[in-house]
Write a protein that binds this ligand. Sequence first.
Ligand SMILES: *Cc1c(COP(=O)(O)O)cnc(C)c1O
Length: 352
Amino acid sequence: MIETFETSIHKIAASRLHEVDFNNIIFGKTYSDHMFVADYFDGDWRDFRIIPYGPLHLSPSNVTLHYGHSVFEGMKAYKNGSKDVLLFRPMENFQRMNISAHRMCLQEIPEDVFIGGLKELINLDRDWVPDYEGTSLYIRPLLMATDEYIGVRPSTRFRFMIITCPVGAYYSRPVKVKIETDFSRAMPGGTGYAKAAGNYGASLYPAKLAQKMGYDQLLWTDAVKHKYIEESGTMNVMFYIDDTIVTPETGDTILKGITRDSVLKLAVDLGYKVEERKISVSEIIENLKAGKLKEAFGTGTAATIAPISTIGFEGTNYDLPEGRPVADKLKQTLDQIKTGKTKDKFGWTIHV
Ligand SMILES: *Cc1c(COP(=O)(O)O)cnc(C)c1O
């Protein structure tokens, strides 16, 4: 795969690795030595290169800056104890990036560029993949438009980049979420299913208001009636009601999480009952009141499984039980697969 294109490698003069305190890493603050970059112009992807991580030179008229003409991905690499590096389901991220790219009129990435570039970068910076409990290397592929003009039309030039950063836990404690019934994240016919830059800029203000009220995150509802639960922040959401794991079915307003898919497959394999369907806000509230909603958690690459401690709705906070056997079991099993500690019967991990 890697042989089909040639990557030039320009190594950093002196690694910054020794500056990093791996026992104390803040999510998204520390970047590895190198990044992968490729450019698209004159009808082809070209200039594949691995260079020291560093700033970009951009014209102030770069269209990405003005019109959010970009998409991204998020994935993780893990060490397996014997210093092998494991990537978790990278093909899914590759495919989803192209789904996002298509929606946003960005040039799709060939598989050998995405996967080949990724493997070369991870191999070069493999010492940056931490191997302490609960740590990993977060990988951020980014695809942006690079035309320079004022005016809303699809770009003809693009840049694809992969940057990485060693990370620990995303949330250090269970999260408090507020069911949002005024603002919307995504609407039918919109870009909710794409990891498009603008979606996240638009979500900041409603999340900030909720944070002022003491919540960590929002639980988004559908944009039409604010009646059905969609997802939470940058996580999909699951509830354990009675003896069943229920999660909203995906469509064009919900990001199709790879963690979501993995957790559902794992849950079935572990013998849990699983339902993907519409979940109304009133169903959640009634089950909370009746004590039948025993667990709720977000699923996403950054946080893996983030237990929810409190759900707020119309000024009332509903606390969930402290014990979370289902979320704990799923997280533990998933972590063991990701770090190669248990047999990966799903074929999800790829060795670099
Ligand atoms: C990335 C993301 C998720 C989680 O997707 P994973 O593939 O599990 O990381 C969920 N919702 C939104 C809005 C996201 O951006």
